[in-house]
Structure formats: C-alpha cells, structure tokens
Design a protein around this ligand. Sequence first.
Ligand SMILES: O=C(O)[C@@H](O)[C@@H](O)[C@H](O)[C@H](O)CO
Ligand SMILES: [Fe+2]
Length: 359
Amino acid sequence: MDITLRWFGKKHDSVKLEYIKQIPGVTGVVSSLHDVPAGEAWKLEDILALKNEVEAAGLKLVGIESVNIHEDIKIGLPTREKYIENYKISLENLGKADVHLVCYNFMPIFDWTRTDLAKELEDGSYVLAYDENIIKDIKPEKMFERVEKESAGFILPGWEPNRRDEIMDLFEKYKGVTAEKRMENLKYFLDAIMPVCEKYQIKMAIHPDDPAWSVFGLPRIVTSEKSLEEIAALNDSIYNGFTLCTGSLGSNLKNNLPEIIRNPKIKDRIHFVHFRNIKYECDGVFHESSHLSSDGDFDMYEIAKALYDIGFDGVLRPDHGRMIWGEEARPGYGLYDRALGVAYFNGLWEAIRKSDKSK
Ligand SMILES: O=C(O)[C@@H](O)[C@@H](O)[C@H](O)[C@H](O)CO
Ligand SMILES: [Fe+2]
C-alpha cells in the first residue's frame, strides 16, 4: 500500500514536499496539473516536470487527483467527443510517465460543497462544515462569494473564481439531464477511455459525491452502495474503479462503509482510499472532525479492518484535516492534522496486521 498526501504543487500549496516526506510511512503524493483547465490535453513534459519535482524530494508521484472531466462529457453534449479525445491523450501521457492511478469525479458543476470553511470547534481548531439549511436557501453564485471570502487566498478545487460566469449557463445546460442520463454519459466516457487504461494500466478511481446527495437541484449519481455497484457494472474492466472516500460517502449515514468495502462487486475496484471522519451535529448539519473514531461518527478501526480484510493494497491518503496549531493553509489541507491522520492510520494498521492470527 502507498500512503500519500495530496499536494497541490508549489504554486498552490503552502505545504512543502520536504515536510510531507517527514511524515512516518508516507511514500508519495497525489497531485495534479492545477493550471490546466478541464477538457485540455495534458502534455507529457508537464507531467514529467511534476514527477521530477516530487521525486527530487524523495517521494513518488503515486497518482493524479484529479484529471477533471469537462462538463460537456457529464451533460452528454456532442462536443464531448473532443474532450474525451483530449482525456485519452492525458491518460496516454500519464501512462508514458509511469503514473497508474487517476482520481476523478462526476459531480455536476461543483466539486465538494461546504457552507463553512473555517468553523471553530471548542478546542480552537478550525474545520470545514456543512449545513443543509444554508444550501437550501442560497443561490449557487452566492456560494462562490462565500467560498472565496473564506478560502484564505487559496483556490479551492471546483470553485475557481473564473468558473463563476459559466455557472448560470451550466445550470441551463443541466436542465433535463436526469440521473439516468448522467449514468449513461458516465458509461459512454468509461467505454471510450478504458482501452487506453488497459493499455497503460491506469486505474480510474471515481470519487463519491460530497455530500452524498443532490445539491442545488442537480442530480448526483455516486452516492450509495447501490450506485457504486451500478458504476462497476457499467464497464467490466478492473480499471473502472473507485476512490473510497469515507467522509464523502459516509456523509449519508445510511451508507455502511465497512459493508461497502467488503461488497464483492466493489472491493476489487477500490483503488484509492480517502481516510477521514465527520461528526453530525443534527440532521443535515455536520462538520469534519479529527480522524479519531471517538471524535466523529465513523468507526475508523472497522473501516481499516475492512480494508485489511479485503487485502487492500492500493493508495490511501488522509483526506481533509482540521486546521490546528495556528497553521495557515488551504482549508482542509494543512500539514499537521493530516499528518496526525496518517500516524493514526499507521497505528490502526499495525495493530490489525499483528493481531491477524492467520498470518
Ligand atoms: O474533498 C476533497 O478535497 C477531495 O477529496 C475532492 O475534491 C476530490 O479531489 C475530487 O472530488 C476528485 O475529483
Ligand atoms: Fe475525498
């Protein structure tokens, strides 16, 4: 297994690769070409430059998070052909650069949604939080203002200010695009790219919708055990797989994470794990918590145990962390609490491994 951290590149991240390297057990990072807009083909030289930079710090570039999908592919417009071709070129170049994991999502218009990027907890730490009551009453354009104001000067994935103008136009384009249609569009995309993934052994890992239900009236399709089963069935290739993001999928408390991990139709397709915990305050209102089971709603031991039991040997990373010890960084992506998350996971994993009587 590779334990990694997400790194946004020198230009977009306050966390240094050298510091990531100091976290016990971390072998690499997942990163992206954050300046390439969704839909454009990635150049081999740019990928190699990123890879060299990571390797110079003694780490591996274990995967890409994310190669984003152009909205026309998600909507199923005729123009998708061009963007799918570009996606295939990006994959090919990643394969040539020896990168074999790609995380992506199929969320309409927005990536993850939060209503508060710096909610202060009792202990003085700051966390990302979600309140369905606010989302219910707010217009999407307003969300941009909210996010921009609170993002400490960093650009958040999916909420790039230059996307604001597209938003209303996109809402129009999404009208009438049902969940079923979106699933078909995902199949169309997967069928087109899988031959390239097979050729270069690139594991595609779709990220669940966050939160795991529809927001702003836009249907979301990666929200439950059933939807993961459906996605696995869209294309039989093992390269059509998942990012098991505990915090996203688990935001719907009906989703039983250990059970989903053990599901025979899903388990071999889990290529990437985002390991984190959340805490519900009341219905529809939650905040991200420290990784510790007792601080949140998930039993992190049971999640790690399920991963151990299925023989998980892919890539794992802590997902978001709290902002602690006065750190200033991208919301959710400070160094300190994510490093604590890694240490905690390492402890769980060692204990599970050593108590395995069958070994
Ligand atoms: O919540 C996060 O920060 C990430 O897990 C997602 O933004 C994730 O990178 C994307 O959805 C994957 O495309
Ligand atoms: Fe995630």
